[in-house]
Ligand binder design. Structure first.
Ligand code: ADP
Ligand code: ADP
Ligand code: MG
Length: 444
């Protein structure tokens, strides 16, 4: 086992990883930007290194600074968290070259799945059903030609995409040119790659994803699904496990297909296979080669600590269980608490936390890096916490989440807990009969 791990991230996920390390008796190294000197992950870690100015490009994405911190501290492994460098194949390769264990899949796997157009081809060849669509298109003319085959409505999607960016809905041909140019431009500025491909727009559909864990010895276990259809601008807001849309045979098929997808790319460590589910059929959308924000709901229903398993796998341990051992017991729901104002077009908010009360009680979990008097800086992702509850049934879990939200007090920044209260009491949400267009239909 490693004796020291560097955490190349910030915020709640850095705190989450540091906690797992502590419980495993592993020393922790934090890295931080100049804006994060007072951040919780820095004070919780055993040692810490400043890696540059506030903008992520100069700090949390600064590979040379992070690798240097690993060398200075003697860390044997790097956990990248999610976002930032977690799906950067170059960074994973750099770790490999420097003899530092990257806690995640091999760099070649990241490269293969990070290009979503390439991933579609790989999955199709492996017999995994993919969303009907086309390969990468390189001009408006080509897009128009392909669109005739796919039909409208369709989506133009960035091949390097992530975080819901670089995606445009095209309802009819007249909208195609502008959408193509917009998606491509957004992709170029967000990912440095303007390449796009197209997919049939599936609706009404549910976003259902499968969590997998793979060790270095060919063992692949699927830890069940997460339903993530409550999204705003293609970004998840509420996630749950299990999904009440899946019957047992469909879940079983989906588990088998997810395992097949993992094997197709020689997968290692924790990963997620995302599907769109429509009328009893499911289609591969993309593979996320990292820990997900919403891994927590899987932890609650399986009783497995995913971060600890990531570390064990990276250290060369075998999975200590097989598919038959996995039981989804009860129901968990997570809501993402974002520092933003839903009444002002979700404008991000920053400022000093003047009052903080975190809800408690049995099976209530709040993952956050906030503390009283902490200053939420303006430079980073607006997610400031995740409220997760677990109960025997979905109905009970919703009630528990409502009670916990009522108790949550965060003053000093705008946030979206009131919006979550509204969503949770919505009859359509309660019925479980909702799709990825739920938020848009409510006018969000
Ligand atoms: P996930 O699939 O893990 O739920 P999303 O798809 O909602 O993540 O978010 C997409 C990307 O946005 C993630 O890969 C992550 O890079 C980034 N992201 C979201 N929240 C944060 C955060 N708090 N810090 C850094 N990156 C974040
Ligand atoms: P990202 O890499 O940004 O996470 P995804 O390919 O996972 O992009 O898509 C993000 C979200 O966009 C999905 O969760 C889904 O709600 C929506 N979406 C993506 N592709 C389609 C499609 N072909 N039809 C309908 N909705 C889609
Ligand atoms: Mg996705």
């Amino acid at each position: 086992m490693f004796s020291k791990i560097l955490i190349a991230n910030r915020g709640e996920i850095a705190v989450r990883i540091i906690r797992a390390c502590k419980e495993m008796g592993i020393s922790t190294v934090a890295v931080f930007s100049e804006a994060d000197r007072e951040a919780l992950h820095v004070s919780l870690a055993d040692e810490s290194y400043c890696i540059g100015p506030a903008p992520v490009g100069e700090s949390y994405l600064n590979m040379a600074a992070i690798i240097s911190a690993a060398f200075c501290s003697g860390a044997q492994a790097i956990h990248p968290g999610y976002g930032l460098l977690s799906e950067n194949a170059r960074f994973a390769a750099l770790c490999e070259e420097c003899n530092i264990t990257f806690i995640g899949p091999r760099s070649e796997t990241i490269a293969k799945t990070g290009d979503k157009d390439e991933a579609r081809k790989t999955m199709r060849a492996a017999g995994v059903p993919v969303i009907p669509g086309c390969d990468a298109v390189s001009s408006v003319e080509e897009a128009k030609e392909q669109a005739k085959q796919i039909g409208f409505p369709l989506l133009i999607k960035a091949r390097a995409g992530g975080g819901g960016r670089g995606i445009r809905l095209v309802k009819e041909e007249s909208e195609l040119e502008a959408a193509y140019l917009n998606a491509s431009r957004e992709a170029l500025s967000a990912f440095g790659d303007g390449g796009v491909y197209m997919e049939k727009y599936l609706y009404p559909a549910k976003h259902i994803e499968m969590q997998i864990l793979c060790d270095n010895y060919g063992n692949v276990v699927c830890l069940g699904e997460r339903e993530c259809s409550i999204q705003r601008k293609n970004q998840k807001l509420i996630e749950e496990c299990p999904s009440n849309a899946l019957d047992a045979p469909t879940r079983q098929r989906m588990i088998e297909v997810a395992a097949k997808a993992a094997k197709a790319v020689n997968y290692r460590n924790a990963g997620t296979v995302e599907f769109l589910y429509k009328d009893g059929q499911f289609y591969f959308m993309e593979m996320n080669t990292r820990l997900q924000v919403e891994h927590t709901v899987t932890e609650m229903v399986t009783g497995l600590d995913l971060v600890k398993w990531q570390i064990r796998i990276a250290a060369g341990q075998k999975l200590g269980f097989s598919q038959e051992d996995i039981r989804l017991d009860g129901h968990a729901i997570e809501c993402r608490i974002n520092a933003e104002n839903p009444e002002q077009n979700f404008r991000p908010s920053c400022g000093r936390i003047t009052l903080l009360h975190i809800p408690g009680g049995p099976w209530v979990r709040f993952d956050t890096a906030l503390y009283q008097d902490y200053f939420v800086p303006p430079y980073y992702d607006s997610m400031i916490g995740k409220l997760i509850v677990y109960a025997k049934t979905r109905e009970e879990a919703i009630r528990k989440l409502q009670a916990a939200l009522c108790e949550l007090v965060i003053e000093g920044v705008d946030h979206n807990s009131q919006l979550h209260m509204e969503l949770l009491s919505d009859p359509e949400f309660k019925s479980g009969d909702y799709y990825t267009d739920f938020m848009a239909k409510k006018g969000y």
